[in-house]
Design a protein around this ligand. Structure first.
Ligand SMILES: [Zn+2]
Length: 302
């Protein structure tokens, strides 16, 4: 990856140039973001309300600031070339599992429509990991929601969720989620293309491993020439938590220690190299810069 040194002036300039268009006036409308000579759309899937004690190791003062439940934004991203339309994660969808637990989510289809992207247009969907808020939208009931799309998933991620017997062997609290993921997997499996965690999909779209949250958790790197964008799934789950102290946990991390390692490594890379960052669970517009702040980091929305 090319190392970039960005001074304050360039930073302000690129921040102003970054957000170029909001396609409609509602709060969660699609937002255009310039990445070098490429244009990415930040889309909203609504938000989730989660118990604040899921942010493991956080002090009471921070929990009070976040409120209980804590509101967690849900973003996905799209990138179009003349021939291809990429989606980065697919939103939560409208399964019973999701609509009962998270009635404030599942807005992505509206944002796609506002952005002029029909489900048939999508050629490639790059999945960061298989939690239902990221893959639920791949299925619409027992139909595939994006019929012409190749769905790119790390083999280690696919195999973890779809291991035979996992639906009954998983801890009680996890079983409904595993069942939901397996149900989605059955609907879309013929369109899934597995990769080994590092992959180049062409048109400047790559993934790199960021394991811990789940075994095959990956980050997307979009090369826009003079600028690069890194899109993460649950590497960070709230801008006020995991940037300030990457050692804070998240109750859904499968391997908490490895999740912290990946978080530190990627935030270090993004801040040092002056990259743009998009994250599924930071507030709108869901893209920003990262700078060092004491022993941690700070997220600066574009
Ligand atoms: Zn998530």
């Amino acid at each position: 990856m090319t190392r970039q040194i960005i001074n304050r002036r360039q930073f302000v300039g690129s921040a102003l140039a970054g957000t170029v268009a909001v396609l409609a006036s509602r709060a969660n409308a699609a937002t255009g973001v310039a990445v070098g000579h490429k244009q990415v759309l930040a889309l909203s899937d609504g938000h989730f309300n989660m118990p604040v004690d899921m942010f493991l190791g956080t002090p009471e003062s921070l929990r009070a600031k976040l409120g209980n439940p804590a509101q967690i934004a849900a973003n996905t991203y799209a990138y179009r070339t003349e021939e291809r339309t990429f989606l980065f994660d697919a939103g939560a969808g409208r399964s019973d599992f999701i609509t009962k637990a998270f009635p404030t989510a599942s807005k992505l289809p509206e944002d796609l429509q506002l952005a002029g992207i029909a489900s048939e247009d999508v050629t490639d969907i790059v999945i960061t990991h298989m939690h239902p808020d990221h893959v639920g939208g791949l299925a619409a009931g027992n139909r595939i929601a994006f019929p012409n799309a190749r769905i790119h998933i790390a083999a280690s991620e696919w195999n973890f969720w779809n291991a035979q017997g996992f639906d009954t062997a998983a801890p009680d609290a996890m079983r409904p989620m595993v069942a939901a993921v397996q149900e989605i997997s059955r609907v879309v499996e013929h369109n899934v293309v597995l990769h080994n965690g590092s992959a180049d999909f062409g048109d400047g779209v790559n993934v790199i491993p960021a394991p811990g949250h789940t075994p095959g958790h990956t980050a997307v790197v979009l090369d826009g020439g003079r600028e690069q964008l890194v899109l993460v799934g649950d590497l960070t789950v709230h801008e006020d938590v995991h940037f300030a102290n990457p050692a804070y946990g998240w109750a859904l991390d499968i391997d908490g220690d490895q999740a912290v390692k990946s978080r530190k490594t990627l935030l270090d890379m993004i801040s040092t190299d002056g990259l743009i960052m998009g994250a599924a669970h930071v507030s709108r517009p869901g893209v920003g810069r990262v700078e060092r702040n004491g022993s941690g980091f700070r997220f600066l929305p574009l």
